[in-house]
Write a protein that binds this ligand. Structure first.
Ligand SMILES: Cc1cc2nc3c(=O)[nH]c(=O)nc-3n(C[C@H](O)[C@H](O)[C@H](O)COP(=O)(O)O)c2cc1C
Length: 309
């Protein structure tokens, strides 16, 4: 009997979709596998490119996990899927609103209960906290996370900070100002590495035995963690909810009363990254020397699919 896979995804520019297609090539080409795709569509579409205010105004609801309304789904909620793939991008160190909204629906609860799930992310470089939120969401619907693949922009943090803004706010992906590298996941990674990761998923899907899958994915380079970014995310994880609540006290998405607080955040966030990034990079060079066990323990934890108690 054919194995059935459902891919749930949301993408604005198509980058994530490209990463998913590249990964699932080996499954697509296998006659024993059947794949259904479900693209999540918010009833009020998110803009792309975003204006400065639209972008930062999305911060409080994203961090607080407030759901948006989605167009009706086409997949069969009681469909007997052997594997569900959730492909998403982090927004503000959290699961992007459309995917997080999906996870809160009755359909998701019905679909995902007792299902094996693989997550695929394509993002800038900060995904640890979003994946922790994903783990919590999956646990609450009784799904089992059996694999995680992350595709990131491999440029230095401050370079991709500039290029992600040029992309998200200006729609310019390639050679911003003629000097910056292309934003996003490299073509080489998608053509060379992604199918290798897909083969690993295919192998485990065929046997329905996933106990070693994540380790094989890690060994094949599916996980990208840098200790400087781990430290930087640690700061954001604490501060973001506080500022998200502070903005929300002035009103809901788009309200005029909260504009000043949103605007301040839009200045403070890039400035803080700009200032903290070099300091944290120095600290992160020292951290593995000063606290080798802790850094290794944290890297191992975030590379894997268990959820800390
Ligand atoms: C509102 C917003 C917030 C973002 N926050 C993050 C983030 O916290 N970490 C990260 O690595 N990338 C972040 N990104 C980049 C996205 O993960 C992703 O690379 C980009 O949006 C393109 O994805 P897509 O076109 O497939 O939707 C953010 C993008 C947007 C639009």
């Amino acid at each position: 009997m054919k194995k059935k896979v459902l891919v749930i995804y949301f993408t604005q520019s198509g980058q994530l979709n490209k990463a998913v297609k590249a990964t699932l090539g080996p499954l697509e080409n296998n006659a024993e596998i059947e794949i259904d795709y479900e693209q999540l569509k918010p009833k009020t579409p998110y803009p792309f490119p975003w204006t400065y205010m639209q972008f930062f105004d999305a911060f409080p609801e994203t961090v607080r996990g407030t759901a948006c309304e989605l167009e009706p789904f086409t997949f069969n909620t009681s469909g007997n899927y052997d594997l569900v793939i959730i492909a998403y991008q982090p927004w503000f160190l959290s699961v992007s609103v459309p995917v997080n909204s999906f996870l809160q629906t009755a359909e998701a609860k019905q679909l995902l209960k007792n299902k094996k799930v693989v997550t695929i992310l394509a993002c800038r470089n900060m995904w640890l906290n979003a994946q922790e939120k994903m783990k919590v969401a999956l646990q609450s619907v009784e799904a089992k996370l059996v694999g995680n693949i992350t595709y990131v922009d491999k440029s230095a943090n401050l370079i991709s900070l500039v290029t992600v803004f040029a992309f998200a706010l200006g729609g310019v992906q390639d050679k911003y100002l003629g000097i910056f590298p292309k934003y996003g996941v490299s073509e080489k990674e998608l053509t060379e590495q992604a199918p290798v990761l897909g083969e690993i998923i295919l192998k485990h899907l065929k046997t329905n035995e996933y106990s070693n899958q994540q380790q094989e994915l890690i060994d094949a380079g599916a996980i990208n963690i840098k200790s400087n970014l781990m430290l930087l995310e640690g700061r954001g994880k604490v501060l973001f909810p506080l500022y998200a609540n502070y903005i929300s006290k002035k009103g809901t998405s788009g309200t005029a009363d909260r504009k000043t607080r949103v605007r301040i955040f839009g200045i403070v966030l890039p400035t803080a990254i700009l200032i903290l990034s070099p300091i944290i990079t120095i600290l992160s060079r020292l951290a593995p020397v000063l606290f080798p066990k802790k850094i290794k323990r944290e890297t191992d934890y975030y590379s894997n699919n268990s959820l800390r108690q």
